[in-house]
Ligand binder design. Structure first.
Ligand code: PLP
Length: 396
């Protein structure tokens, strides 16, 4: 049967994370789940706030079924969009309104739609900052863009501005950023964002067209120690925000998020229309109707972030005591650890032999490092620390 070779390749190639996750399940059946230390997958482990289920029940009880389960307009339920705008305005001092928002099936759809809206296929380039969420390359490729990556700044896990400056050229359409970051857990500082905004302003002028920041923000609220995540549209008007409730409300399976196109964006109406067009061409029709209404009603709330924070502290202090090096985990629920040998895959294999499941940084564009997703039971973290010590000692 003739099929698209590209799609065949994507569908038959295994994701390193999924593969490890499946291995963990198989191994747990052999030796008992309590003996496996599975740090592979970023699946929220904290339940949604009670208000989510209560709102679902309330909506099902009070709203006509054909409305709760019916189509919404393509850009999403107007009341939900207005509620999201008002919540952001309250928290960030912005001036958004419902027509800045296009509700999507999570951040993945928000990204594919935004890239579809921006990219001139076979012509444009999209740049991501390593380490990055591996699916970016797939999404950018799908839009027909050439995908380029800025090498990682492994000192601070901010942005190597010189390398980015060298990479931007006349074909650059967008720069993708993600803070708080998967896989490093770093948060881009205000200084980083200001420098990025200045660079892109200068380069946009030089090349005669706007270079867009595509800001992927599924972890916006997952930050610790009172850290503030700069709201990017306030620093750079030509920003499209891709947001998700997958992590902040622990709703990854419900597929809900949004694209935000601020009024300040150059040619806002054209960009917003192109977002609607990309959603249409990708066949999304609308985001899940019930969930749109739910997030509109609980907007501003989050799952219990302090639970991740507690895990973060236990893991970071335990690993530090053993002697491991890692990036400062400031947000999301990931810790990025320096491998104890140059061959990252060999390090992951050795960790696996101790039943420690760590994801190689290679697929994130950052060899030499591995990702630990600490959205896991706290007991597992505590039990894993002596095993991390054994792994460490095995390199002595
Ligand atoms: N972007 C990043 C950085 C992620 O880590 C994820 C999911 O883990 C996504 C996007 C996709 O999230 P969603 O479930 O909202 O599609």
């Amino acid at each position: 049967m003739i099929v698209s070779e590209r799609m065949y390749g994507l569908g038959s190639a295994r994701s390193a994370i999924r593969e490890l996750f499946e291995y963990g399940k198989k191994r747990a059946a052999e030796v008992g789940a309590e003996n496996i230390y599975d740090y592979s997958i970023g699946n929220p482990a904290v339940p949604s706030p009670d208000s989510v289920n209560e709102t679902i029940v309330e909506l099902l009880r009070t709203e006509p079924s054909v409305q709760v389960h019916g189509y919404t307009s393509a850009q999403g339920d107007a009341d939900a969009r207005q509620a999201i705008a008002e919540d952001l305005n309250r928290r960030f001092g912005t001036h958004f309104h419902k027509d800045n928002f296009y509700i999507t099936c999570g951040a993945a759809a928000a990204l594919t739609i935004s890239l579809g809206a921006l990219v001139v296929p076979e012509c444009d380039e999209v740049i991501a900052i390593a380490p990055f969420f591996a699916e970016y390359a797939v999404f950018a490729g799908n839009a027909g863009a050439k995908f380029l990556m800025v090498p990682p700044d492994t000192k601070n896990f901010q942005i190597d501005m010189e390398a980015l400056a060298d990479m931007i050229g006349p074909k650059t359409r967008a720069v993708m950023i993600n803070s708080p970051n998967n896989p490093t857990g770093a948060v881009y500082s205000e200084e980083t964002i200001k420098r990025l905004a200045a660079l892109l302003t200068e380069k946009s002028r030089e090349f005669g067209h706007a270079i867009v920041i595509l800001s992927d923000e599924p972890y916006r609220e997952l930050v610790y120690d009172g850290l503030k995540v700069p709201f990017i549209t306030k620093y750079y008007p030509n920003t499209i925000v891709c947001y998700s409730y997958s992590k902040s409300l622990s709703l990854p399976g419900e597929r809900i998020g949004y694209v935000l196109v601020p009024d300040e964006m150059e040619d806002h109406d054209r960009v917003y229309a192109a977002v609607c067009g990309a959603g249409r061409s990708l066949g999304f029709v609308c985001a899940p109707s019930l969930m749109q209404k739910v997030v509109g009603k609980v907007t501003g709330q989050t799952s219990d972030i302090s639970w991740y924070d507690n895990n973060r502290r236990i893991l970071a202090s335990g690993l530090k005591e053993i002697g491991y090096e890692f990036g400062e985990p400031q947000g999301a629920f990931y810790l990025f650890l320096k491998a104890l040998e140059d061959d990252t895959e060999a390090f992951c294999e050795r960790a696996k032999s101790f039943d420690l499941l760590l994801v190689s940084g290679v697929s994130f564009g950052c060899p030499g490092w591995v990702r630990l997703a600490y959205c896991v039971p706290t007991e597992m973290i505590k039990k894993s620390l002596p095993v991390f010590k054994k792994l460490y000692d095995s390199y002595k």
